[in-house]
Design a protein around this ligand. Structure first.
Ligand code: PEP
Ligand code: MG
Length: 584
């Protein structure tokens, strides 16, 4: 049994499909001049076989993971027909009398090194393609066995050295039972997305395996404990099958309340919207009963490519989200880059304190060209649903005004160009910095809504870096200060009559639910997996009890006391009948 890092909850049992990572010994011999023609024949035969195989994989993958992923192979076919790549290989054979395998390997190394040196993510991705296609050609020249997708395209456990968010985005979640990566951490974006899709995942297996996992090996993974078992005993398979069954039953039961209105026992409703970062995540959110999108993190649109996305590219995505929501609200947060979210193709300055640095709205206000492109795309999408705009990391009214000026300019431009958009598109802000909390009354006068980002608000208020393991015990969402901050913001919003919601991870903590209900907050925005557990808890809760509890919570002097009371409240509520769904 291997103990890796649990990165996304759930148990997966299934055959491995190992994405190839080729390393072979190459023949160390030169060819005779007389054999040159034969060597070229071998090369061309290898190319033909590679093309046939790529075409086959393309067809298979089209069915397994969808046409977007399969289209990667078009790029691979193009490389095999690329005169520059081919000339390099032929030149090495012809001039240096090296065997085709060595020529191919040297050509791969040459282009990969060249592209890797370029500070351009697009070219780096091309380097990966060249390595991949070159290795396939090498495999045919060396005559080593074929690697194929799992037979009859059954769902599989994907085993991969590392996984980028863009690769994950292209996978069909229903066909990937689980994911094992050799390297990477649970805080990586791939892990965040696996959680969003509900795909079990373990990471950091490298150095822990006695022998490499092979395609077809039976695997068990447990995304909570980080367990990985290769070729488990039948006893273990039945034990984990039973565990998985129990988990699935619990999840299935929860799914039965996906369409049930999210109201408390005493009839107070709390909208449960979703946090998403891609169109694909929206599907997972909707099947979990999301009522709109309260936070669309647009960073991933900017990260999954080698350059800034164009207005048209962004518009297509925003419009698709709006249309899928059929009139329910989507709040699109403008680019929140910086801090731990970097763009490979755009160098942000080196900073001592990147979380306090050049990021989010600060970046957008400096790069107004990029900001306006995004705003134009959002505005154009506003024609297709209830689309709202949200600015991240606001610390002052000046920033709001400056951002709104760019918004006004974007509107003017679209009007002149005759491009339709909703004139009354709302613009609100994230409240995630103590400064914004303290001037919430002033901000409320000039924005359409507040969304409290507890992830950052906690780290800035408590001066606890959310990425630093050493002080993670001090990252305390139930600190009395945080409660007071949230109350201040809520009161300011109510006084001005604007909506306020919570969109940080704390929104998904069932123990925090009485705080929201007690304060009279009307909307939460949660990760897809958290929606139903929170709703289930709500169906057993009375808002009137939450208001009483809240008064007690504000009398507490420490986080320990607050935690004790909220846990006790949750435990008692869990015993109460579910008024909308007596079977649960
Ligand atoms: C937050 O800070 O609470 C938030 C929702 O934004 P992010 O996690 O993307 O920083
Ligand atoms: Mg934030």
């Amino acid at each position: 049994m291997i103990q890796a890092l649990g990165a996304s909850q759930g148990i997966a049992i299934g055959k491995a499909f190992v994405l190839p990572h080729w390393e072979w010994e190459l023949p160390d011999q030169k060819i005779d001049v007389a054999d040159l023609a034969k060597e070229f024949d071998r090369l061309y035969e290898g190319i033909d076989r590679s093309k046939t195989e790529i075409n086959q994989m393309r067809t298979e993958l089209d069915e397994v993971v969808g046409s977007e992923e399969a289209s990667i192979f078009d790029a691979h076919l193009a490389i095999l027909e690329d005169p520059v790549f081919m000339n390099e290989i032929q030149g090495i054979i012809q001039r240096q009398y090296k065997v085709a395998e060595v020529a191919v390997k040297e050509a791969i190394d040459h282009f990969v090194t060249m592209f890797d040196l370029l500070d351009d993510e697009y070219m780096k991705e091309r380097a990966i393609d060249i390595k991949d296609v070159g290795n396939r050609l090498l495999k045919h020249l060396l005559g080593v066995p074929d690697i194929s997708l799992p037979e009859d395209t059954q769902p599989f456990v994907l085993v991969v050295r590392e996984l980028s968010p863009s690769q994950l985005v292209h996978l069909k979640p229903e066909l990937v039972l689980g994911i094992v990566t050799m390297v990477g951490s649970p805080t990586s974006h791939a892990a965040i997305m696996a959680r969003a899709f509900g795909i079990p995942m373990v990471m950091g297996v490298e150095g822990k395996l006695e022998q490499p996992i092979g395609t077809g090996d039976l695997l068990i993974i447990d995304g909570v404990t980080g367990l990985l078992q290769v070729e488990p005993s039948s006893e273990m398979v039945s034990r984990y099958t039973e565990m998985r069954k129990r988990q699935n039953v619990a999840r299935e039961q929860l799914l039965t309340i996906a369409e049930v209105p999210s109201v408390t026992q005493d009839g107070v409703s709390l909208t449960l919207a979703a946090n998403i970062s891609s169109l694909k995540e929206l599907e997972a959110a909707l099947s979990n009963g999301a009522e709109g999108v309260g936070l669309f993190r647009t960073e991933f649109l900017y990260m999954d490519r080698g350059r800034f996305p164009s207005e048209e590219e962004q518009f297509e995505v925003y419009r698709a989200v709006a249309q899928k929501l059929k009139g329910e609200t989507v709040i699109i947060r403008t680019l929140d880059i910086g801090g731990d979210k970097q763009l490979d193709y755009y160098e942000l300055p080196e900073e001592e304190n990147p979380f306090l640095g050049f990021r989010a709205i600060r970046f957008s206000l400096e790069r107004k060209d990029l900001f306006k492109t995004q705003l134009r795309a959002i505005l154009r999408a506003s024609e297709y649903g209830d689309v709202q705009i949200m600015y991240p990391l606001i610390t002052s009214l000046d920033e709001v005004r400056e951002a709104n000026e760019v918004l006004a300019e974007a509107k003017r431009e679209l009007s002149v160009e005759g491009k339709p958009y909703r004139l009354d598109t709302k613009a609100g802000i994230m409240i995630e910095v103590p400064a914004a909390v303290m001037i919430a009354d002033l901000l409320a006068e000039e924005v359409s809504f507040f969304s409290i980002g507890t992830n950052d608000l906690i780290q800035f208020t408590l001066a606890v870096d959310r990425m630093n393991e050493k002080i993670s015990h001090m990252y305390e969402p139930f600190h009395p200060t945080i409660l007071r901050m949230i109350r201040t913001v809520t009161n300011a919003a109510k006084a001005q009559g604007i909506p306020v919601s919570i969109c940080g991870e704390l929104a998904g903590d069932v123990n925090a639910l009485p705080i929201w209900l007690g304060l009279g907050i009307e909307e939460l925005s949660l990760s897809a997996q958290a929606i139903l557990p929170v709703k289930e808890s709500m169906l057993r809760t009375k808002a009137a009890d939450c208001r009483i509890l809240l008064e007690e919570l504000f009398r507490c002097k420490t986080a320990v006391e607050i935690r004790a009371l909220t846990h006790q409240f949750h435990a008692e509520a869990a015993l109460a009948p579910n008024h909308m769904h007596p079977l649960l």
